[in-house]
Ligand binder design. Structure first.
Ligand SMILES: O=c1[nH]c(=O)c2[nH]c(=O)[nH]c2[nH]1
Length: 307
């Protein structure tokens, strides 16, 4: 045969599952976008069209919804682990499952004082507003023996309105950038972190707490670093996570530098005293790096946008 089949995988992508847990009148929402990718003994379906080893993608979709009911959704990671284990252990031809999940968070809507007296509560227990902030992400990979859990977030937009400088850089004949001693530093954080948990038998991290704490350390490092470059801030954000979260060995960031340029107001006879900026959307500097626990291997792909 002049051709052979290379890497392949299949499954149902972007299953949008919303699970409401009703604790009396108080409701809880988990809102996920779950993508299933399976691989294993799939040569024949490609070569001859025999579907004997193929669990339909439609079944993988149904499994996502059935598991939401049967096991609930404690965390995206826990849910993904359940699914990955199910596909690999219940189907002989399937050797690896990769589950990717995006999670959208919802916040309770606070009620007005007058109404809370009326309903006897501080907040409505079943009304939510979707958080305009980040999307939480996770990817679970299971080959029947070892687990790899990489979680993260995207679209977390942050800004420091001072405590950022950029100067002392290389200047060649094309350099026009003015040195900045007090600039805005803003970025839209995309980050992935790899857990060192690999084995079913060991104790699993508390996924919900781990996410909250990792996000907190990341944001605190952004706020508390007096920045001489976005690269330095990035490193501090990653180092803070590695130093405080023993369950994480590797963190990767992709940080667009959302440039804010001072507007020249001289033509209008006005002085711009670091007050009025043009927020450019493109082009943007793109600063990317991995921060590792000393002695650990880098496994998060350099181009992590699809992860
Ligand atoms: O924080 C920065 N890092 C750079 O590498 C860079 N390059 C640039 O033009 N502005 C900035 N800012």
């Amino acid at each position: 045969m002049p051709t052979i089949l290379g890497q392949n995988q299949y499954g149902k992508a972007e299953n949008r599952v919303v699970k409401i847990t009703r604790d009396g009148a108080t409701h809880h929402i988990k809102d996920l976008n779950v993508s299933v990718a399976l691989s294993g003994d799939m040569d024949e379906v490609h070569y001859s069209g025999s579907n004997a080893n193929v669990l339909p993608t439609d079944t993988t979709k149904n499994t996502v919804f059935a598991f939401a009911k049967e096991y609930g959704i404690e965390s995206a990671e826990q849910f993904g682990i359940h699914l990955a284990r199910h596909f690999v252990t219940s189907q002989e031809p399937i050797h690896q499952a990769r589950i990717r999940i995006e999670e959208y968070s919802w916040e309770r809507i606070e009620t007005s004082d007058a109404n809370s007296k009326f309903i006897g509560a501080d907040e409505v227990k079943h009304s939510f507003v979707r958080k305009g902030q980040e999307t939480r992400l996770t990817q679970i990979t299971y080959d029947g023996e070892k687990w790899e859990v990489v979680s993260g977030l995207k679209d977390l937009v942050v800004m420091n309105s001072t405590n950022s400088e950029f100067w002392g850089y290389v200047k060649d004949k094309y350099t026009t950038l003015q040195e900045a001693y007090d600039r805005i530093l803003a970025t839209q954080v995309s980050s992935r972190w790899r857990f060192n948990w690999t084995d079913d038998e060991q104790k699993m991290p508390n996924w919900e707490k781990s996410y909250e704490q990792t996000r907190k350390h990341m944001l605190q490092a952004f706020a508390e670093t007096y920045s001489l470059s976005l690269q330095q801030t990035l490193y501090q954000m990653g180092a803070r996570i590695i130093n405080n979260r023993s369950e994480i060995d590797e963190v990767r960031f992709s940080l667009p530098n959302k440039h804010h340029f001072l507007v020249d107001l001289e033509p209008f006879g006005l002085k711009n005293d670091n007050e009025v900026y043009f927020a450019a959307d493109r082009p943007y500097g793109l600063i990317e790096a991995t921060i590792l626990r000393d002695g650990c291997e880098a496994r998060i792909p350099v181009d992590m946008t699809n992860l």
